[in-house]
Design a protein. Structure first.
Length: 443
């Protein structure tokens, strides 16, 4: 028996195979397109995740509001929200109008427009850091946060917590395996592990020990870790310890709000009154258009003075199209009422998941974090190491394909369902009913 309970593993395997066969049989157009695509794209997709994170990629025709429709005509409510990039919803009218208007006035000048000023002003109002810079993705925002911290401290090492994900820059792809920091993917430079140290979230002891040598430039963390087979919440006192220890050791603290900003207008930083030196963000902040951003303290901002030559920037960074989309997202979509709505429905989703778990008599735990929910296959873990022990690839794959056959999209193994802004109570009911039906079946 695993932490997930006394389950019929062979039966789960058979159920998964039957659900996958049903999914594929119903989607002949997607299957044909995949065959054609393989001639000129490895795996038949433009980016490997689209194949490796799903049992069966489907080709999409269009999205509208909380969901999208594939080329075989099946509609899904998008509870993955494209890994939170589409939290504002698909083809959101405010974003569409802003993008259309800006595209007609051109999309890059390598010079600023007023929208970038308005977005920086709004982000500075929401987060306790006054100076902002823009990239095309959260990965690049984190990359520049690292460069800035190295330039300011003269140190090399980056500290991350086990189970992290902050993008596909080199240091971000090092994590613990069997107690050692190792590259989690191939193709990284051999020296990268020497530039990364891994501690445990919620564990001041491992953090203190990792900072002790005095060579850590930056601690980069999410305020709640959203990427490790669901969600690690901070224990009381954790963020205070993190802030005190980084200050004591002269280490810069960056909080990555790329996923957690769905929790409220100022993200989890606002919710929990955090005091980071740097905030990084991306994905839904521009309504799903490519944009990353990072905000820094006034002191760090001085180091970004062009004359100091910190390695930042790219030709399409800070472009007016992303800025127009972000301005629309922040002023018309990601407004207080939207956070109230998604948090309320997120609570109802968590209630439904919890009831289904109880009714099935499973030892699982429902997750609650604003609009986001999901489950742990066992008791709530504290650290990445505990979370790792609860991963259950077989159950995760079954849940996903089962839901997809019932009009709910929840891709990506590390994510949990999140209620997007345009979702309704009926969408949450659809999720909960399909989930409860599966758990009854497992029982
Ligand atoms: C917390 C966090 N930060 C950064 C990123 C990187 O985002 P992107 O892939 O859009 O650059 C991700 C992606 O999942 C993330 O979850």
């Amino acid at each position: 028996m695993t932490a997930a309970g006394d389950l019929d593993r062979a039966g789960i395997g058979e159920l998964h195979a039957a659900e996958l066969a049903r999914f594929q049989q119903g989607r002949p157009r997607s299957l044909a397109m995949l065959g054609r695509a393989r001639a000129h794209m490895p795996n038949g997709v433009p980016m490997a995740w689209m194949a490796s994170d799903n049992d069966q990629p489907v080709f999409i025709d269009r999205g509208q509001g909380p969901g999208f429709t594939d080329i075989d005509g099946f509609r899904y409510v998008d509870f993955n929200a494209s890994d939170l990039a589409m939290f504002c919803g698909h083809a959101n009218p405010s974003i569409v109008a802003a993008v259309q208007a800006q595209a007609a006035r051109s999309t890059q000048f390598l010079l600023p427009t007023e929208a970038s000023v308005q977005v920086a002003e709004e982000l500075a109002r929401r987060y306790p850091v006054p100076q902002w810079q823009f990239t095309l993705s959260a990965t690049q925002a984190n990359t520049e946060a690292i460069r800035l911290a190295r330039a300011v401290t003269g140190r090399d090492v980056i500290l991350l917590f086990q189970g992290h994900y902050h993008g596909h820059f080199e240091e971000g792809l090092v994590d613990l395996a069997d107690g050692r920091a190792v590259p989690v993917q191939r193709g990284l430079s051999k020296g990268v592990t020497g530039r990364v140290r891994i501690a445990q979230f919620n564990d001041p002891g491992t953090l203190r020990a990792a900072l002790e040598p005095g060579d850590v430039a930056l601690v980069l963390t999410e305020p709640a870790m959203t990427n490790y087979l669901h969600l690690l919440l901070p224990e009381p006192g954790w963020h205070q310890a993190l802030r005190e220890l980084t200050r004591q050791h002269g280490t810069v603290l960056a909080i990555d709000e790329t996923h957690t900003h769905v929790a409220g207008p100022g993200g989890a930083t606002g919710l929990w009154h955090l005091e980071p030196d740097i905030v990084t963000i991306g994905k839904a902040v521009a309504g799903g258009l490519p944009m990353g951003a990072y905000g820094v303290t006034a002191e760090l901002g001085e180091h970004l003075d062009a004359a100091r030559n910190v390695a930042t920037g790219g030709t399409l960074f800070g472009n007016p199209l992303s800025a127009a989309a972000a301005k629309a997202a922040l002023s018309e979509v990601l407004i207080p009422g939207a956070y109230r709505h998604t948090t309320e429905l997120g609570g109802e989703l968590a209630d439904g998941i919890e009831q289904a778990i109880r009714a099935a008599g499973l030892p699982w735990t429902a997750i609650r974090f604003g609009p986001r929910s999901g489950q742990w296959y066992g008791p709530m873990p504290r650290t990445g190491a505990e979370a790792h022990a609860l991963t259950d690839g077989q159950l995760t794959r079954l849940v996903r394909i089962w839901l997809a056959n019932r009009g709910v999209w929840e891709a990506l193994p590390g994510a949990g369902p999140t209620v997007p802004v345009p979702a309704t109570r009926a969408d949450v009911t659809r999720y909960v009913n399909a989930y409860a039906e599966l758990l009854a079946r497992l029982r």
